[in-house]
Design a protein around this ligand. Structure first.
Ligand code: FNR
Length: 350
């Protein structure tokens, strides 16, 4: 990852190291971050041949979003930590390629300013102890055109992620103003905005009632929790371990996905993120029953390296990579993807 342009006067090497630590860090030695990637790689593809792959149809429609392939940009806090143009650059790059963005609550730029440059988007939220603290933000997200909320539920405490905390500290602006609080100008600096320790199924209903938007529950890894989320009214479930940044040693998302898909039983779409890096990984996820996937760090890397142009380039290349992988698997349409496209995980059982 090269240092972002625009950090005038900054020690470029120190910035590069800090970006690397913030984006790629994980609790402990980052083993869970790596395990997510390795899990997808350990799932053998079983390509079909002698099939007509002339007509490729890979577009999806999902809760107000349309995408050329089943891929969304995951929410991640503080795009200005890695590039001065922040979320505006990400939104422009993604929109140019037609990929939707899930905006983070911890955005460096207010939701309306990002929305002005993006296509239709989903808004991620954390629900703090004092639920009223996010009311103004929710109203602004609705007004800016969010088509769904994404409630992140795997954050009752911040993961023990020394590398990225150190990275964050080094990337803090000299005026000390956090680059992750632009959505909360109405909340006094320093007010705790972390997830409520009593976050529960009722919060799904409350968010839906308050905003009128469908609520996607992000951070589910188990069948029982998936059933709870669906019973609470979730419009979709995201199998996620927060990119391996929260609980060290958590099950990988590739391994958790089949259990959640079976538990949900088609009642709502199941999405997945964590370690998805290539078109082949997207095919693997779809084969295990995901309707779509999200990618986090690849977008961060592209933004840090090349701003809006870098994100657009990444998005276009990845769209092509997904389509190529589907064709090579003999499954040129999403309807034709099935569990037969993957074998059993290599190596030890979960
Ligand atoms: C995240 N993630 C995240 N998730 C969320 O719901 N709200 C957030 O503000 C953030 N912030 C954040 C910052 C950074 C730097 C990263 C890398 C990730 C998690 C993110 O949405 C997603 O679950 C993971 O990034 C997916 O894993 P990969 O694609 O990064 O391996």
């Amino acid at each position: 990852m090269t240092a972002a342009p625009g950090w005038a006067g900054a020690d470029q090497i120190a910035v590069r190291e800090a970006v690397e630590a913030y984006v790629h860090g994980g609790p402990g030695d980052g083993a869970t971050v790596r395990a997510n990637v390795a899990a997808w790689e350990s799932l053998p593809l079983r390509p079909r041949v002698l099939r007509d792959v002339t007509h490729v149809d890979t577009a999806i429609d999902l809760l107000g979003l349309r995408a050329p392939v089943p891929l969304l940009a995951a929410p991640w806090a503080g795009h200005q930590l890695v590039h001065p143009d922040g979320e505006v650059a990400s939104a422009k790059g993604l929109a140019s390629a037609g990929l939707p963005m899930v905006q983070s609550a911890g955005s460096s730029v207010p939701v309306a300013d990002v929305a002005a440059h993006s296509g239709p988007f989903w808004q991620q939220v954390y629900v703090p102890d004092d639920r009223t603290l996010i009311h103004g933000f929710l109203d602004r997200a609705v007004a800016a055109g969010a088509t769904a909320l994404v409630l992140t539920v795997d954050h009752p405490a911040v993961g023990n992620t020394l590398p990225f905390r150190a990275g964050l500290a080094r990337l803090a602006p000299s005026d000390g103003r956090p680059r992750v609080a632009a959505n909360f100008p109405d909340v006094a600096p320093g007010t705790p905005l972390g997830t409520a320790t009593d976050l529960g199924p009722r919060d799904v209903e409350r968010l839906a009632a308050r905003t009128g938007l469908p609520v996607v529950v992000k951070g589910v890894l188990r069948a029982d929790d998936a059933r709870t989320a669906v019973a609470a009214g979730a419009a979709a479930v995201v199998v996620s371990n927060h990119g391996g940044r929260q609980l060290a040693g958590s099950v990988t998302t590739a391994h958790a996905l089949p259990e959640v898909v079976d538990a949900v039983g088609g009642r709502v779409p199941v999405l997945v993120d964590g370690g998805i890096r290539r078109g082949e990984d997207v095919v693997r996820a779809l084969a295990l029953g995901a309707r779509a996937v999200l990618a986090g760090r690849p977008v961060a890397r592209a933004l840090a390296d090349g701003g809006a142009d870098g994100v657009e380039r990444w998005a276009r290349e990845t769209i092509e990579d997904v389509r190529r992988a589907l064709v090579l698997c003999g499954a040129p349409t999403l309807d034709s993807v099935g569990r037969d496209l993957v074998g059993d995980f290599l190596g030890s059982p979960v």
